[in-house]
Design a binder for this molecule. Structure first.
Ligand SMILES: C[S@@+](CC[C@H](N)C(=O)[O-])C[C@H]1O[C@@H](n2cnc3c(N)ncnc32)[C@H](O)[C@@H]1O
Length: 291
């Protein structure tokens, strides 16, 4: 399968551009720390998926492959997992990790919303934060559903609202006074918080044809920084400045504003210091459904 292209008229063009540009590069650069921080979310989604040895599994928005590789270990030699993602650099990292771990998984650079999957081939679809970026979510989920067997199931994790997720919201709030006003985004627009509204999410999945939909709130303290390699607050600051909506806004700012914002964000992170490091609230929906 070839790389996802970036014609402005194609579906999800903006996301394809971002995840093949600065955003995707940042996720590759910080893959280790993101995987450490998000490990409890992987555990939650894999537990909800209840994968069985020998199954055929699809990992949507697999990124650098953390859940793909974990799923492959569960499925064993008679099962198989396919990761699909629009980001060339992230899939490249996923392939390198699979090779290094001697894991036989397939990775495709493709848009899961429109890709012509072979019908009814997967027992389960999983995703760790890879399904909130579709321009047309009902159509995308219908496309994914068609790739599941009639007995197939889906389990994914997505963020609840920004105010419930201090790990993204608190750094942004601290930096806001020093930044130009944020562009207004429509509620539900593609992005990390697209599925914050539970009823809307339920409606999207119903429209796509899923049944037995369960959307359950789950909360975790996310470890943004530890003192393993120095100061925990400075460690958390790297991530606060590099990942998420604040990072996107700061990318367009001059150095002096970035520096002022950095100082304000560092100050805000001090409120989250615990004996385990800088721990901030992460609030998600664990979603399961039948095809
Ligand atoms: C927040 S990252 C999560 C990555 C990975 N699942 C993880 O947890 O580390 C979102 C991922 O979804 C991918 N993505 C966004 N839109 C997509 C689409 N339409 N089809 C496939 N992947 C998509 C991005 O490229 C990115 O890798």
């Amino acid at each position: 399968m070839t790389s996802a292209s970036t014609s402005p008229d194609q579906p999800n063009a903006q996301q394809i551009e971002e995840w093949n540009g600065r955003v995707g590069e940042r996720w590759v650069l910080h893959q280790d720390r993101l995987d450490r921080m998000l490990a409890p979310m992987s555990a939650a989604v894999l537990s909800a998926a209840a994968l069985k040895s020998g199954e055929q599994v699809l990992d949507i928005g697999c990124g650098c492959g953390a859940t793909t590789l974990e799923a492959a270990r569960i499925l064993g030699p008679n099962g198989h997992v396919t990761g699909v993602d629009i980001s060339d650099p992230m899939v490249k990292r996923a392939r390198e990790r699979a090779t290094a771990a001697k894991i036989d998984a397939t990775f495709n650079v493709a848009d899961a919303a429109t890709y012509h999957f072979k019908a009814a081939q997967f027992d389960a679809m999983i995703s760790r934060f890879g399904v909130m970026f579709f321009d047309n979510p009902p159509a995308a989920f219908a496309n994914i559903r068609a790739s599941l067997k009639a007995t197939g199931r889906m389990a994914f994790v997505c963020w609840r609202s920004m105010p419930e997720n201090d790990w993204l919201g608190a750094p942004l709030k601290a930096a806001m006074p020093f930044l130009p006003p944020m562009e207004k985004t429509e509620p539900g627009a593609p992005g990390p918080f697209a599925f914050a509204d539970r009823d809307r999410l339920n409606g999207i999945l119903s429209e796509a044809g899923f049944r037995s939909i369960r959307i359950e709130a789950h909360d975790e303290g996310l470890t943004m920084g530890t003192s393993a390699n120095g100061d925990a607050v400075d460690d958390a600051l790297v991530q606060a400045m590099e990942i998420g909506p604040l990072s996107r806004m700061l990318a367009k700012q001059p150095d002096d504003i970035r520096q002022t914002a950095r100082t304000a964000v560092r100050e805000a992170l001090l409120d989250y210091v615990t004996p385990q490091g800088v721990v901030m609230s992460g609030a998600v929906w664990i979603v399961t459904a039948k095809a």
